[in-house]
Design a protein. Structure first.
Length: 455
């Protein structure tokens, strides 16, 4: 969707800023309406069909938040970008909670402005185009592809739990669509107009995770030069998605539990208690009960998040969905215009495979096949799957290799690690899960086998 030639309203009480914005926006090919305060802006918005409003937050008469609230109260859903200065990011956050599409930090340049506009108008366009999909979304299907019985049961569960405030635990192997399910729950819930805030507990260093979640007051610790709103607060009224929950340090799990039980939080270095209206969705690709036994997941937290659980079936248990998924990924990654077909022999190869990396692996395979087929039909030879699928019980095919046992075993280990990292695009947490070893063990083995790489 092109984002030039739009009708954009700029509201700012400083004539100089208004002028600069007008020049920048005209340079980008838009038609500009300028208002000196919220009241003028509202009058202009009533009289003109607008694609976008960019408003300063602090203005006389009616401020940016007031303008946003008034527009929404009148049923005007025009996307709004708010402009804010450093130190007042919190008001931008409240604007986002009220439905602003994005915010710009002053000072900004032409690139930042263009990026924000493209992002917001692109999203608005997609939202409009997808309006007819809303019914599907409300029934819990979200953006999932696949209509087999196993996935229909999942959509039904999502549809049932979405309208409630219940905490949800999503389990499933890597690449089965856990994050997709979390978004589907949010999108089908009454919270859909507030933020969906994902945070991956495995990707963020343990020492940083707490501040990310809780936020901090100015001076809470060395380096905390500004106050900072954490993910908990950002997700207030919306949905917090804690991905890879079992990778969260156990001490932090206790603090998370307290927030969930008390529906309030204190920022680091603060003593105010801030009320929270939070919906938590958590995910893990480990067996949560085993994680409890191993001491990675606090039992009390497990019971708190496992109020409602959804298990995503691995792809090998729902091979009936493979053709629809392949068609979807061809449409998503294929060339514009005539889409390549996939022949019957190829579909047979795809159904004969075990898919340890599940839908993500299938997506990667289709992307690769599209390149190999160069616009022609996708055939079996474009899907060079391993002869022995990785999910087969080990030790079955043929006699084991003989030789110096340590060397043979180490060589196999190194290859397994390489393969796991390739399938997870280098994500060590997921690679470790795929191999069913701890991240620490993986790290140790990487140092052993690839001592020159940096980790
Ligand atoms: N049923 C589906 N239909 C369409 N796309 C899907 C489906 N399931 C998964 N995908 C796609 O596969 C990829 C992996 O899905 P997602 O990130 O939700 O998996 P995950 O379970 O969170 O994996 P991980 O445990 O590795 O984080 C994404 O690109 C997602 O869009
Ligand atoms: Mg995920």
């Amino acid at each position: 969707m092109s984002s030039s030639g739009k009708y954009i309203l700029v509201a700012d009480d400083e004539p100089k800023m208004r002028r600069v914005m007008e020049i920048l926006l005209k340079q980008l090919g838009h038609t500009v309406f300028a208002a000196g305060d919220g009241r003028e802006a509202l009058a202009l918005a009533r009289a003109n069909p607008l694609d976008l409003v960019i408003t300063d937050l602090r203005m006389p008469e009616l401020d940016g938040i007031g303008l946003l609230t008034a527009l929404r109260a009148e049923g005007n859903e025009v996307p709004v970008i708010v402009i804010t200065a450093h130190g007042t990011v919190e008001s931008a956050v409240s604007a986002m909670k009220l439905g602003a599409a994005d915010y710009l930090l002053r000072p900004f340049d032409l690139d930042a402005l263009e990026l924000a506009i493209t992002r917001v108008l692109g999203a608005a366009g997609i939202r409009r185009e997808n309006a007819f999909l809303r019914e599907e979304v409300e029934r819990g299907r979200g953006t999932f592809v696949g209509d087999g019985a196993a996935m229909r049961a999942v959509y039904e569960l999502i549809g049932q739990v979405a309208p409630t405030r219940s905490t949800v635990l999503i389990t499933g192997e890597t690449g089965t669509g856990k994050e997709l399910a979390a978004r589907a729950i949010h999108d089908a819930s009454p919270r859909r107009d507030k933020l969906f805030v994902p945070i991956n507990c495995a990707a963020i260093p343990a020492e940083v995770l707490e501040a990310e979640l809780f936020g901090h007051e100015k001076g809470a610790f060395t380096g905390a030069v500004r106050e900072r709103v954490g993910k908990f607060e950002l997700a207030d009224g919306g949905t917090l998605f804690l991905d890879e929950l079992t990778e969260m340090p156990v001490a932090l799990q206790a603090k998370l539990l307290r927030v969930l039980q008390e529906s309030t939080l204190e920022r680091l270095g603060g003593n105010r208690s801030i009320p929270l209206d939070l919906r938590l969705v958590a995910a893990t690709n480990r067996d949560p009960r085993q994680a409890v036994r191993e001491g990675r997941l606090r039992e009390d937290l497990y019971y708190r998040v496992n109020v409602f659980s959804i298990a995503l079936p691995p792809l090998r248990q729902r091979k009936e969905d493979i053709p629809a998924l392949v068609a979807h990924f061809i449409a998503k990654h294929g060339p514009a215009g005539q889409l390549p077909r996939v022949d019957a022999a190829a579909l047979e190869v795809l159904s004969g495979y075990d898919w340890p990396g599940n839908v993500r692996e299938l997506q990667n395979m289709v992307e690769r096949a599209l390149v190999l087929a160069r616009g022609g039909p996708l055939r079996a030879e474009h899907f060079p799957m391993e002869a022995a699928p990785a999910g087969a019980p080990p030790g079955e095919p043929g006699p084991p290799p003989l030789g110096r046992m340590n060397e043979v075993v180490e060589a196999l280990e190194a290859r397994m690690i390489d393969e796991a990292l390739a399938q997870t695009e280098g994500n060590k947490a997921r690679a470790a899960a795929l191999l069913d070893i701890s991240e620490r063990t993986l790290w140790y083995k990487l140092k052993k086998y690839r001592p020159k790489d940096k980790y």
